[in-house]
Design a protein around this ligand. Structure first.
Ligand SMILES: *Cc1c(COP(=O)(O)O)cnc(C)c1O
Length: 477
């Protein structure tokens, strides 16, 4: 299996060759050259498989034997998907299911993806990436310095995945004083030698701009082996495909049945994995894209117009991990939608990259969107509060604000006879203030995280200055 760029002007590469990077050299995103197909027999064989076996079965079709030998891939997967790593379950769930389902009512389920160390679904892929990075770097005799900017979830998931990994250092920039107390404590309490938290005086975009400036310094980037684990990383998407299969198999008995998924969405990474799952043979009916007030994706799936907003027009909401102005993985779906026409992709993204928009209805592609199962909706703060209350009172389950976005739209769009799985993308303990607002009580927190905010913290505070950040990297490598 080789990976090609959506823009069509970069060489095809293997899984491990694209693992450590981000964008392809031509500015595109990597996609599988062809989609492997899982047949009816394959799906039958998957029924009853443990998550680890399922992950191996799927990922071994996306990674060549000559690239990562299957025995090694197995070891990496077995090391990653263990009950001890994904132990923050709801009452009654089995941690060894890794992504257990929780039935709310007939044909309505949560797919629990947030039982990992940072209580958000990003752990599902990031933990695998940590182990893959360590393996690939050791094999090449290389090291990497991961540089990233975070407003919360991505940074903590990356740090918990990379802590203590040989050959990897993490330099994570965050806006000073702008993350929640819980998120700050989660990241800054890590005492591992290879983790560096840099609090930038400014907002998230200032931190993000520094990361871009450092990455654009080609000489510095090469000398200090600057890497990234951002949401366009193909390894993350590939890892996320697995739980769509797991969820499907958990609520069906035979492959003639279809299910739908509702996905709280920001950068389109999670739901893009659902699209891939569908393309490789999973019987999915609807892929419901749920946004908050930052509804650039909902607008596209309703009108065919993709119109990124710019960071000045991004709202701060009570589901902050979905506060995006453009959806960085969306290009992957459009690549398939336009029939993998890379010249068309260059034309469309030239408009986006110069601050514009495109209209796929006018271009004649929009009528094919239903063939891919996509549907969408959005929610606002009021909707989320109501959904959290409703779920608590009706089912006795407390959900977080992001999952509430998903459930709100799922309830609007679901079909009575098709099971709907709502992807639970964070646990409520991570967003306490919103739960207190909705329910008047503090959500239950896993015992091991009680007192998290009281632990000693490690971070450096810096001005939003590119040279200062570079100097810090130099002096710590
Ligand atoms: C990152 C995140 C999302 C959005 O996922 P995308 O892959 O960017 O669409 C949703 N909910 C939570 C809790 C997240 O951390």
């Amino acid at each position: 299996m080789k990976y090609i760029s959506t823009r069509g002007q970069s060489p095809a590469l293997t899984f491990s060759e694209i693992l450590l990077g981000g964008l392809a050299p031509d500015g595109g995103l990597y996609m599988p050259e062809t989609y492997p197909q899982f047949s009816d027999d394959d799906l039958n064989a998957m029924r009853g498989m443990h998550y680890r076996d399922l992950a191996f079965t799927i990922l071994s079709r996306l990674v060549d034997e000559s690239d990562i030998p299957s025995a090694d891939l197995r070891t990496i997967i077995d090391k990653t998907y263990r009950a001890e790593v994904y132990g923050f379950t709801h009452a009654g769930q089995n941690a060894d299911d890794i992504t257990p389902t929780l039935k709310l009512e007939d044909n309505l389920y949560l797919l629990s993806l947030s039982n990992g160390p940072t209580l958000a679904f990003k752990d599902m892929a990031m933990q695998l990436l940590g182990n893959l990075f360590e393996y690939v770097l050791a094999k090449k005799g290389e090291t990497t310095n991961i540089l990233g900017a975070t407003s919360g979830d991505t940074g903590s998931a990356a740090e918990y995945a990379m802590r203590g990994k040989k050959g990897v250092r993490v330099f994570m920039l965050s806006p000073h004083g702008k993350m929640s107390r819980f998120q700050t404590a989660q990241m800054f309490s890590l005492q591992d030698d290879n983790i560096f938290n840099i609090a930038i005086k400014g907002v998230f975009d200032d931190a993000q701009d520094i990361v871009k400036a450092v990455s654009n310094d080609i000489a510095f980037k090469a000398q200090y082996k600057i890497g990234a684990v951002n949401s366009i990383n193909w390894g993350r998407i590939a890892a996320q495909v697995v739980y769509y299969f797991k969820g499907y198999l958990a609520v069906t008995k035979e492959n003639t049945q279809k299910v739908s998924f509702a996905v709280p969405s920001g950068n389109f990474g999670n739901v893009c994995a659902g699209h891939i799952a569908r393309m490789i043979g999973l019987p999915i009916d609807q892929l419901v894209v749920a946004t908050n007030e930052n509804d650039v994706l909902d607008e596209f799936f309703k009108t065919g117009v993709y119109r990124p907003r710019g960071s000045a027009n991004t709202y701060q909401t009570s589901s902050p991990s979905m506060d995006i102005s453009k959806a960085s993985n969306f290009e992957r779906f459009v690549f398939d939608l336009v029939g993998r026409d890379s010249a068309k992709m260059r034309e469309l993204w030239h408009k986006v990259d110069t601050g514009g928009a495109f209209d796929l209805k006018a271009e004649g592609y929009f009528s094919q969107v239903p063939d891919y199962g996509f549907a969408s909706g959005s929610s606002n703060h009021q909707n989320r509060m109501q959904t959290i209350r409703h779920t608590h009172h009706t089912y006795g389950v407390t959900i977080d604000t992001h999952t509430a976005d998903g459930l709100k739209v799922a309830i609007e769009l679901r079909k009575p006879d098709v099971p709907m799985l709502v992807l639970e993308t964070a646990l409520p303990a991570k967003f306490e203030d919103a739960i207190v607002e909705a329910l008047g009580t503090v959500p239950e927190r896993p015992a091991i995280l009680k007192g998290l905010e009281g632990l000693p913290q490690r971070s450096v505070v810096m001005d939003g200055d590119v040279d200062a950040v570079k100097a810090f990297i130099v002096s710590n490598t």
